[in-house]
Design a protein around this ligand. Structure first.
Ligand SMILES: Cc1ncc(C[n+]2csc(CCOP(=O)(O)OP(=O)(O)O)c2C)c(N)n1
Ligand SMILES: [Mg+2]
Length: 316
């Protein structure tokens, strides 16, 4: 558990600066494939992962870089993976967060939305059978929550009372489709009743509220209380990926959400309580910038995998 407010602040800033570096690398033509950011989602990703123990299973999504970092992933591994280099966790075979790191119990997403929910439920089932006292936590977007795997996974977790927590990251859009064109439910957490499990909707820009809700859900799952559904409401502050300018999002909507920026929100609170000072903030920013520079430099110096390795580890 990493729930001290100053640590949460640090990890949210680290995640945002990593995203900024990833976008820069993309624009420099150094990232092959897509680049995704979690701007606006930092409180959800960091707050949720902050309540996990090392033995818990994390199944993050494409906006959850902060969760990877909190769970212990190194900047070196993050940038090796983003740049598709030989020594990355996928040996240069994939990019973004599409990797698994069993030592840290991080199982990144594949492209197919919601496909990892049944896998996460399987991890929760394994944890229960092995009496590991571990919880599996998984994420899904507002758009992805309409895929059939969501229903199958959550239903099975509920019936078997598995130690599983599912967080819906409702960031108002699924690519260019607004929430109003995706579902008729008032709250996505209302779906929990259909599975016979608890469901809550929380302010996804308030990292402390996210951590509190996730702590309750994880504790209940650990005690044998079964799964929970948490809808974390936030806004996708950038395009779907680096190639999307999001011209379809009304500027006034972005302006409204900018006032609720998760990092600024916590920063104002910490400064007011004197937990954070201007000096400490500057020191933290310098430390983050230098750690990212070092990791990017190391990753760029790492070669691409040899072409002859392309067939290794391929099933069938
Ligand atoms: C099953 C499936 N359908 C469609 C896609 C294409 N696709 C990738 S991301 C995306 C939008 C996802 O929106 P949402 O679930 O709300 O997550 P967000 O990107 O907003 O965090 C779509 C349609 C996919 N990857 N998988
Ligand atoms: Mg969305």
């Amino acid at each position: 558990m990493t729930t001290e407010p100053l640590k949460l602040y640090y990890y949210m800033k680290l995640a945002r600066e990593c995203d900024t570096a990833i976008l820069r690398l993309y624009r420099q033509g150094k990232i092959l494939g897509g680049a995704y950011t979690g701007t606006g989602n930092e409180a959800t990703a960091v707050g949720s992962a902050s309540v996990l123990e090392p033995r818990d299973y994390l199944f993050p999504l494409h906006r959850d870089l902060g969760a990877h970092l909190v769970k212990g992933q190194t900047l070196r591994n993050i940038f090796l993976q983003q740049l598709g280099r030989r020594d990355s966790l996928t040996g240069g075979r994939d990019g973004t967060g599409h990797y698994a790191d069993p030592a840290l119990r991080i199982y990144g997403n594949v492209s197919h939305l919601a496909a990892m929910i049944p896998v996460a439920v399987g991890a929760a089932l394994a944890a229960k059978i092995r009496r590991e006292d571990a919880v599996a936590i998984s994420f899904i977007g507002d758009g992805g929550s309409n895929v059939g795997d969501f229903h199958e996974g959550l239903n099975m977790a509920a019936v078997l009372k598995l130690p599983f927590v599912l967080i819906i990251e409702n960031n108002q859009y699924a690519y260019s489709t607004p929430a109003s064109r995706q579902f008729a439910a008032k709250r996505l957490s209302d779906r929990a009743a259909g599975y016979g499990i608890p469901g809550v909707t929380i302010d996804g820009t308030d990292v402390l509220a996210v951590a509190d809700a996730c702590r309750l859900a994880v504790e209940s799952a650990r005690r044998g209380g079964g799964p929970s559904l948490i809808e974390s409401v936030t806004m996708r502050m950038q395009g779907h990926s680096a190639s999307d300018d999001a011209a379809y999002v009304p500027p006034a909507l972005l302006e409204e959400w900018r006032k609720k920026d998760p990092i600024d929100r916590l920063e104002r609170m910490l400064l007011a309580e004197c937990v954070l000072t201007a000096e400490r903030k500057a020191g933290m920013e310098a430390e983050i910038a230098s750690a990212i520079r070092l990791a990017v430099g190391e990753a760029e110096a790492n070669p691409y995998p040899p072409p002859g390795d392309a067939g290794l580890g391929v099933y069938a």
